[in-house]
Design a protein around this ligand. Sequence first.
Ligand code: C2E
Ligand code: MG
Ligand code: MG
Ligand code: MG
Length: 288
Amino acid sequence: VAKSRGKGRVVHFDRALREEIERQRHIERDLATAIKDGQIFANYQIQVDLASGRLSGAEALARWRHPVLGDISPVEFIPIAESAGDIVELGYSILRQACRDALLFPNEIPVSVNLSIAQTMDDKLVSTVTRILGETGLPASRLKLEVTESVLMHDAERVVVALQELQSIGVSIALDDFGTGYSSLAYLRNFRWNELKIDRSFVRSVLDEPLDLIIIRAVRMLAEEIGAKVIVEGVETVEQERILKAVHCDIGQGFLYGRPVSAEDLPATILRAHASASLEHVPPADFD
Ligand code: C2E
Ligand code: MG
Ligand code: MG
Ligand code: MG
């Protein structure tokens, strides 16, 4: 009996694996068309200045509404786009949308856009960002690009040069998911980050795990010394917010303030954040 049950599990596992591979192939096959057809678009999640409670920015997050498979998470399609070679195209498509949409954001807040490893390795990164800014008319000072530590694992010198060029035209560079992956202090020595985004895994347990708070405070002190701002990701409760304010983190982002929404729904999300008092009141005249 045990043997046949074991065998059944193998068959079951085999089928699940085959379905998974089939789904990945489906996604890979449809990627290029989806980018061209606008099935992949940017949603925006607001960021809040913790000291003043004011709106301080919004992050563009890619979404895919697939006609057959339904909504697919970027956690699933970004890695597939990376291995299939569509990620550079996809990344610039999101960047273009974000720069265009940001022109309509209230209070001239900046927009943050995630850059993939392949984009940071792209020879045309600086020229493409410059061109998209020119075409859309968004001032460079209103664009922030987020990269993860992993971009500095390959050909770090070349990537650093490209990121510095972007900074020289006025674009800010943020280190995303800080504290996860292969964190190395060398990444802080070799490049002047404008922002450190502390990964949400540290925020999640900040009330229960003393070490998480100790780490956040240490990062915050380090950031101050190197002239970078600290953003905390994944703020979900007022209790978390209170403690993060107490240790002087600069900016908060998370479901407490709002989930990622389409550009059209952003004003409503901002109004809701005001109504729930997670955001200070901004004069209505500031809305577009
Ligand atoms: P990320 O850049 O670290 O983005 C933050 C993620 O945390 C988003 O997931 C966001 O929806 C989620 N999040 C925000 N607040 C909360 C919260 O309070 N609680 C929890 N549990 N989660 C929260 P999302 O949208 O699924 O994106 C996942 C990742 O996919 C992003 O992580 C980013 O690495 C990648 N990604 C998304 N869009 C793009 C893109 O246009 N280009 C590239 N290269 N990567 C992207
Ligand atoms: Mg990000
Ligand atoms: Mg992150
Ligand atoms: Mg992340």
